[in-house]
Design a protein around this ligand. Structure first.
Ligand code: ADP
Ligand code: MG
Length: 676
């Protein structure tokens, strides 16, 4: 069996399963072994029933107590059981498994592992794994079981079996890194790393395996970046853009004064635009620091100098939001610059119209999504390209965009603060500007960390804020098992919240399974204030600006990485209203509270992430969703900063020595976009 062998050669994979694997991007055995788990289940020691906390997956051991009942509807039969230990009794339910009544009829002691949820006012263990007799659990204790990203119809077990078979039959002798590099940085061998990432015996093996894969991913990325850089150094400025008085007047007329940081960055950009060499600049500024207006000034300057300027956003919703706010601003200030929108979901006719206007040069500012870089668009005189929320785009996309013009100025904007040393590595070819100041009118967000007992109070608080005209976001607990379950969960949550809040208040929901059009419609409703509450998974788009939204409630906050919680929190506190973020934790543990309290103390995203690391230690981080910065498949810029620096050093060394290995380097493949 070789890596290009189709997976249907594996035992147990027929046509149907093959299609399911195709859906998750796995066609060959090679794809399969590189389909890394998205987390791991750790089989921890059993806890006393009284300590089984809501929202957590726990193991309990107890005696079967009372009768086993089967109820529910014929389509959804529910089997109920009670287990008891000296600290208490717990209700346990399974769906669609009526046969358990027979299996478990012997009673006695049983070990169960499952998630604790709240039903009405009692805690219930839902659909647990059964270890009967309890000795069976001993075998699994302390092991790490891989949890894969799935699709409806494909079980975790099926993936585990397939991956095991692949390893058993595949001759994996190749090493992909130069030996010198591997030894210098103490990196595991490729074989070991791949096996170790799927089936780590313990945390140590996991870390060793992961480090190696992270290093390799960074190294490939950095080398691709270096190649990009060597092709674009110090190009002569073909699009000289002089400062324009209209832009100054526009700034003076804005309802707010630019912050010192915005002014400084705008000066750096306008100097670049008028200089001898072409601009390649990154603007970094935390959420809400006001990057958009700076971009607008640059676009205006391009247009008023007779060139076209384009701005690309990572999502349709964000693109449309930018388009609308630009046209509104121009209208209000009497700026006669034609602006058009171009996104994938527009009809063929609408697109045709936009293409025509772009091609003949009538459109001076073009705002859109990826559609901006697709073949059908021909620019007339493209002098400036801007990408918003750069951390969501890859190197390749930026490259293509730049190729649409001759050698246009490039401005990229990112909300994810990272220290300069890392930014230089990750954005090697760009100069860096930082907007390190928030607009003065902002009231700092008020945060609180509470447990689930506070939920009712939180709802009442939301109701009060809504009565005052504000809007709220609720981030729903994640469901690790699958996206479809997650969708179901969001739907249910929204329905019960709707009931709780009453008919006057419109509750909408958003999840990853929805089509783009549906998501747009929901976001639109929310920004037009037609809905007051938006229940969502973490798909709440980066960059969305609804200044009227003043409350965010995050359920199961303990299950998120702090850096991600910080990004989520950035959706509120964007206007003049006092905003609130309620971190609701399903765990009463002291460490959890301490960790979440970090978010109270600082607003600096990077500091938050490093404090998080200090508290947990790298071995504890798996299973936690990562920062999502730059779409790495396994690497995480925050968590793996040290490895990033090492990989950069290694890249220097390879290039300096013009190493053999560089010639064999496979083409850099960007992981496809993942939503954080
Ligand atoms: P981000 O940096 O996250 O992209 P935006 O550009 O969306 O932030 O700005 C957030 C909000 O702040 C917008 O509603 C914008 O109009 C407003 N804003 C921008 N600059 C200032 C300023 N100097 N003073 C007051 N409000 C500002
Ligand atoms: Mg923005």
């Amino acid at each position: 069996m070789i890596e290009s062998t189709k997976i249907k050669e594996l035992k147990g994979i027929g046509e149907k399963t093959e299609k399911l694997f195709h859906k998750i991007g796995v066609d060959t055995v090679g794809d399969l072994i590189r389909y890394y788990p998205r987390g791991y289940d750790v089989y921890e020691e059993a806890v006393p029933i009284s300590e089984a906390a809501e929202g957590r997956v726990v193991t309990v051991t107890g005696a079967v107590y009372g009768r086993i009942q089967v109820g529910g509807s014929p389509r959804m039969q529910v089997t109920t059981l009670h287990v008891k230990d000296i600290t208490g009794t717990l209700r346990v339910i399974w769906f669609r498994m009526p046969f358990l009544r027979t299996t478990l009829s012997g009673g006695g002691v049983i070990t169960l592992r499952g998630r604790i949820v709240r039903k009405k006012d009692a805690l219930v263990m839902e659909h647990p794994e059964i270890f009967y007799p309890p000795e069976k659990y001993e075998e699994k204790l302390h092991t790490l079981q891989p949890v894969y990203g799935l699709t409806a119809g494909l079980t975790n077990n099926a993936v585990v079996k397939a991956v095991r078979q692949a390893f058993d039959n595949l001759n994996l002798s190749r090493e992909t890194l130069p030996e010198e590099i591997r030894l210098r940085y103490g990196l595991a061998e490729y074989n070991y790393a791949l096996r170790g990432i799927h089936f780590p015996e313990d945390k140590e093996v996991f870390c060793h395996a992961r480090n190696r894969l992270v290093f390799e991913e960074f190294l490939e990325f950095i080398l691709a970046l270096r190649k990009l850089k060597s092709g674009s150094e110090k190009l002569c400025n073909e699009y000289v853009m002089e400062p324009r008085p209209e832009v100054e007047r526009f700034v003076a007329e804005l309802p707010f004064a630019l912050t010192g940081a915005q002014e400084k960055v705008w000066r750096e950009i306008s100097d670049d635009l008028a200089s001898d060499t072409v601009m390649s600049r990154l603007v970094q500024g935390d959420v809400g620091s006001g990057k958009t207006i700076v971009a607008v000034l640059a676009l205006m300057t391009a247009a008023l100098n007779g060139y076209q300027g384009a701005m690309m956003a990572p999502t349709e919703v964000l693109a449309r939001q930018h388009y609308e706010s630009i046209t509104k601003l121009f209208e209000e200030h009497g700026i006669a610059v034609k602006t058009v929108l171009l996104t994938g979901s527009m009809t063929a006719k609408e697109k045709r119209k936009a293409y025509d206007r772009i091609e003949c040069g009538l459109a001076k500012i073009i705002v859109g999504t990826h559609a901006l870089i697709q073949g059908a668009v021909n620019y007339d005189n493209l002098g400036l390209v801007i990408t918003d929320e750069q951390h969501r785009f890859g190197v390749r996309q930026r490259e293509t965009f730049a190729e649409k013009g001759g050698a246009p100025h490039v401005l990229v904007m990112s909300a994810t603060p990272i220290p300069r040393t890392l930014a230089i590595i990750l954005y090697g070819d760009l100069d860096i500007s930082v907007i390190d100041e928030l607009p003065a009118n902002r009231l700092p967000i008020k945060n609180c960390v509470v447990d689930t007992g506070y939920r009712k109070t939180a709802y009442a608080f939301m109701k009060k804020q809504i009565a005052e005209g504000r809007q709220c976001y609720v981030i729903c607990p994640m469901v690790e098992e699958s996206e479809s379950l997650e969708a179901e969960n969001v739907t249910d949550y929204a329905a019960s919240l709707q009931e709780e809040l009453g008919g006057e208040i419109a509750v909408d929901f958003l999840h990853g399974k929805m089509r783009q059009k549906e998501k747009d419609a929901i976001m639109d409703r929310f920004s037009r204030r037609e809905s007051q509450v938006l229940v969502s998974t973490t798909v709440i788009e980066v960059g969305i600006d609804v200044p009227n939204a003043a409350v965010m409630l995050i359920e199961n906050a303990e299950r998120f990485g702090l850096a991600q919680l910080h990004q989520l929190r950035g959706r509120v506190g964007r206007g003049k209203h006092q905003s609130y973020c309620i971190f609701m934790s399903g765990s009463k543990a002291k460490e959890t509270r301490e960790r979440l309290e970090i978010l109270n103390k600082t607003n600096d995203g990077f500091k938050i992430a490093s404090e998080d690391l200090k508290l947990r230690g790298p071995g504890d981080l798996f299973g936690i969703r990562q920062s999502g910065l730059m779409n790495f498949k396994i690497a995480d810029v925050y968590q793996d900063a040290k490895i990033l620096k090492q990989a950069n050093e290694a890249a220097d060394w390879l290039i300096e020595n013009n190493h053999e290995w560089l010639k064999k380097l496979p083409k850099y493949e960007e992981p496809s976009s993942v939503i954080i």
